[in-house]
Structures are given as structure tokens and as C-alpha cells.
Design a protein around this ligand. Structure first.
Ligand code: GTP
Length: 264
């Protein structure tokens, strides 16, 4: 198999794009668009759906958690609420993740990308043992980048922006994987404000001050922490609905991967 440690340079190794984001940020729409974008570029993606609660997936998945786990049944069997059932479904699926990797491995030589959808509630994936096991086993096998999908129109206020960036920062330091901030829905709100705030923390502090009418020393320190965070990541703006920005996204994926996995 193709392992991160023992791969020769000329063997084809797919890149994993692990998609995470807050509920409603547009993960599913993003993956649908990414899937068709890759296909028109003659890059064959392998699609993994890890969201047990998605009603209708607008694209075909090669492996779908829903094929083996019925999350409504899990709710009944374990008398759980929706979030508990999603987490338990993910736990059940994780026990079989070695088989998933075997399926991917069989196809790996002909694949360019493995694209992964995660549960709608981000913390179910990012703060669970199963999420960590799945992330780590993918990253140990293939170069893996995280695409953190942001609802740009809903992140345009400075305080919300800071919360969202701190959350992204916590995931970056938890996974230690190459990371791309994906500003989605730029057809509604362009992400220029974010580019400005990320490149000029004084501009961001001014916006914060106007917004909240005070600048606590905590906020001040946090914007400095974030300034360092921005140096370690890649970002792009796109619209999952119109398809604008996907070429740039793929360039960011290649850049993030190559910087991190120098041996590939
Ligand atoms: P969960 O199913 O809760 O995980 O949500 P999700 O993150 O998968 O989001 P989904 O793809 O269902 O999109 C949420 C809403 O945002 C839908 O109404 C989409 O049509 C809308 N949306 C997604 N991407 C875009 C975009 O680029 N532009 C606009 N205008 N709307 C978008």
C-alpha cells in the first residue's frame, strides 16, 4: 500500500481533501461542485461520505456511511438524541475504517483525490475520538489537507470573524495538518474584508473597536495570536453555487500539500 513513509516519488498517490465546516457553511454544496470541477479536469475523485444524517447527497459517493449505518435506528437502539446518534454512528463506522482504507488503497493508483464530507455539526468530527482516528489514519496513509469551509456572509462582523478564526486555529493545532480557509458564498459577500483583516491586524483591531466600542486586552492579544495563525495557512474565496474560485482552491490544495509533505 501507499504509506506516507514508504512511497516512491513516481508512484501516484491521491491527495485527501477533508472538508469540515460549521452547519450551514455549505460543505455539501462545496463537495458537489468540487466533484464536478475535478471530473471536468479529468481528475478522478473518490468520494467518502461520513455524514450519517444527510438526507440526500447531491452526488454519488464511493463509500457512504449511510450504506452500513442507519442513524435513525441508532437513535432508537441506543435511545439517543440526534447529535448522540450521529456521534455513535461515527463511532460504529470508525471500527470498520481499516476496511474503508483497504477499498481506497485498491483504487489508489488511479486516483488523484479522495474527497471527504463530514457530519454537519463540526464538533462531532473535530472533537471526537472517532474523528481523530479517521483523520489520523487518512493522514498516515495519504497526503491530507483540511478544507475549512466558512460562511462568508455570516462571518463579516469582526467579533464573529474572530470567533470563527479562533475555532479554525484550534483545529489546526489539534490536527497539525495542512489547512485551507475556504471563504464560501462569495457570490453573496466577497471575502475582501477577510483578506484585509488577515493581512493587516491593525485594520482588524480598528474594525473590532468600531464594532464593540471597546478593545479589551484579551481581544488585543487574540488578534496577535491570529496574526501568527494566518502566517501558517492558505486561504481562498469561492462560490460553491457559481463555481467561481475553484481553480484557485485547487492551487491552494497543491501548495498546502507540497509545503507540508515535501517527500511527495
Ligand atoms: P449541513 O447539511 O448542515 O452540514 O450544511 P452544509 O454545510 O453541508 O451546507 P449546504 O451545502 O447544505 O448549504 C447550506 C446552504 O447554503 C444551502 O441553502 C446552500 O444552497 C447555501 N449555499 C452553499 N454554498 C453557497 C454559495 O456558494 N453561495 C450561496 N449563495 N449559497 C450557498
Amino acid at each position: 500500500g501507499a504509506t506516507a513513509g514508504g512511497t516512491t516519488k513516481d508512484a501516484k498517490v491521491p491527495t485527501v481533501i477533508l472538508t469540515i465546516g460549521m452547519a450551514g457553511s455549505g460543505k455539501t454544496t462545496f463537495l458537489q461542485r468540487l466533484n464536478s470541477h475535478l471530473r471536468t479536469q479529468k481528475h478522478v475523485p473518490y468520494v467518502l461520505n461520513l455524514d450519517p444524517a444527510v438526507n440526500k447527497l447531491p452526488f454519488g459517493a464511493n463509500i457512504d456511511i449511510r450504506d452500513t449505518i442507519d442513524y435513525k435506528q441508532v437513535m432508537k437502539d441506543y435511545t439517543l438524541g440526534p447529535n448522540g446518534a450521529i456521534l455513535t454512528s461515527l463511532n460504529l463506522f470508525t471500527t470498520k475504517f481499516d476496511q474503508v482504507l483497504e477499498f481506497v488503497d485498491k483504487r489508489a493508483a488511479e486516483l488523484d483525490y479522495v474527497i471527504v464530507d463530514t457530519p454537519g455539526q463540526i464538533e462531532i468530527f473535530t472533537w471526537s475520538a472517532s474523528g481523530a482516528i479517521i483523520t489520523d489514519s487518512l493522514a498516515a496513509t495519504y497526503p491530507t489537507v483540511l478544507a475549512y469551509i466558512i460562511d462568508t456572509p455570516r462571518t463579516a462582523g469582526p467579533a464573529t470573524f474572530m470567533s470563527n478564526m479562533l475555532y479554525a486555529c484550534s483545529i489546526l493545532y489539534k490536527t497539525k495538518l495542512p489547512f485551507i480557509l475556504v471563504f464560501n458564498k462569495t457570490d453573496v459577500t466577497p471575502h475582501d474584508f477577510a483578506v484585509e483583516w488577515m493581512s493587516d491586524f491593525e485594520a482588524f483591531q480598528r474594525a473590532l473597536m468600531q464594532d464593540t466600542s471597546y478593545m479589551s486586552s484579551l481581544m488585543n492579544s487574540m488578534s496577535l495570536v491570529l496574526d501568527e495563525f494566518y502566517e501558517n495557512l492558505n486561504y481562498c474565496g469561492l462560490s460553491a453555487v457559481t463555481g467561481a474560485g475553484f481553480d484557485d482552491f485547487m492551487a491552494q490544495v497543491a501548495k498546502a500539500r507540497d509545503e507540508y509533505y515535501a517527500e511527495y
